[in-house]
Design a protein around this ligand. Structure first.
Ligand SMILES: NC(=O)c1ccc[n+]([C@@H]2O[C@H](COP(=O)([O-])OP(=O)(O)OC[C@H]3O[C@@H](n4cnc5c(N)ncnc54)[C@H](OP(=O)(O)O)[C@@H]3O)[C@@H](O)[C@H]2O)c1
Length: 277
């Protein structure tokens, strides 16, 4: 089964990533080390998470060499200009104690404040990522929370097409229109909050499918992403749940069950939408 996906530029990316949002307390570096040592080879952080130092420390503490880790960070919406985006990546690299990122994303399409000029601001920040890509400081570039109407103006002017779009995707909030748009454009979709930050884990359909497949509701959520070619980024601070979230490569959901998840009543949404401020 798919242990990696291949991005449009040929870069391979481990098909389950470890999400580090809120991995921030005193034990954060240790948690990141534990995630690497229990098998994760893909870490997802962001400038705004305020944990890049701890993620960097966790990578240093682990026995896993840097070149076996796929590391993503993101440029926050306060930094959507050419110079600010360059500065943001420079600061990320310093905190993460590395000289390259495997993937760098624009975190949200709307800049803080200046909403009227979002298209120009996105393009300027994107051009900074294009430069860093050409200089091999970042090995792949992409976006996050960009819906098709945010991607279209960028695709029209970009020299390099985004390789990834990271979106909120989980049972109860699948964003099939955005998912299918990206997939037709060859943009790898990643799922943030793939477990709906636990809000969906007691849903009767997920409990029923968990029983049917002999897996947990969380594992059903992760398999749902993978069975749709979407790369999930589950976060867990517990070793047991970290391991469980990697144990999703010995079953597949049937087409009927995938359809039931896609069409279940909407639930578990984070309340975060790129067009609301
Ligand atoms: N691009 C964006 O705008 C954006 C936004 C949000 C998140 N993200 C990324 O996506 C990652 C994941 O999203 P998320 O952290 O919001 O939510 P999530 O991964 O959907 O859910 C995390 C929650 O689920 C619990 N959990 C983990 N595994 C479990 C399991 N097997 N069974 C039961 N509960 C389990 C965790 O608790 P324990 O820790 O106690 O296990 C935690 O409370 C983030 O860490 C971040 O990297 C990106």
């Amino acid at each position: 089964m798919e242990k990696t996906f291949t991005l449009s530029n040929g870069v391979t990316i481990p098909s389950v990533g470890y999400g580090t949002y809120k991995v921030i307390d005193a034990s954060a570096a240790d948690i990141v080390r534990t995630a690497l040592e229990c098998g994760y080879r893909h870490l997802d952080t962001a400038r705004i998470y305020g944990n890049e130092k701890e993620v960097g420390e966790g990578m240093q503490m682990s026995s896993v060499p840097r070149n076996e880790i796929f590391l993503t960070s993101k440029v926050w919406k306060t930094h959507l200009s050419y110079d600010d985006a360059l500065r943001s990546v420079e600061e990320s690299l310093k905190d993460l104690q590395t000289d390259y990122l495997d993937l760098c994303l624009l975190h949200w399409p709307m800049p803080e404040g200046d909403h009227a000029h979002w298209q120009q601001r996105d393009l300027a920040a994107w051009q900074a990522l294009e430069r860093l890509y050409e200089e091999k400081v970042v090995h792949a570039i992409g976006v996050s929370n960009f819906l098709p109407h945010h991607l279209m103006p960028l695709l029209a002017k970009a020299n390099i097409k985004p390789m990834v779009d990271q979106l909120e995707i989980h049972p109860g909030y699948c964003q099939p229109y955005a998912m299918s748009f990206c997939q037709k454009e060859g943009i790898q979709v990643e799922a943030w909050s793939p477990l709906g930050r636990t809000r969906v884990l007691e849903e009767p359909l997920l409990l029923e499918l968990a029983e049917k497949y002999g897996k947990s509701p969380a594992q059903i959520c992760l398999r749902f992403a993978l069975d749709n070619g979407v790369l999930p980024l589950p976060k867990s601070a517990s070793l047991e749940r970290m391991k469980a979230n990697l144990d999703v490569f010995d079953f597949r959901l049937s087409p009927e069950d995938i359809s039931r998840i896609f069409t279940m009543a909407q639930t578990g949404w984070s309340n975060q939408h790129p067009d609301t401020f």
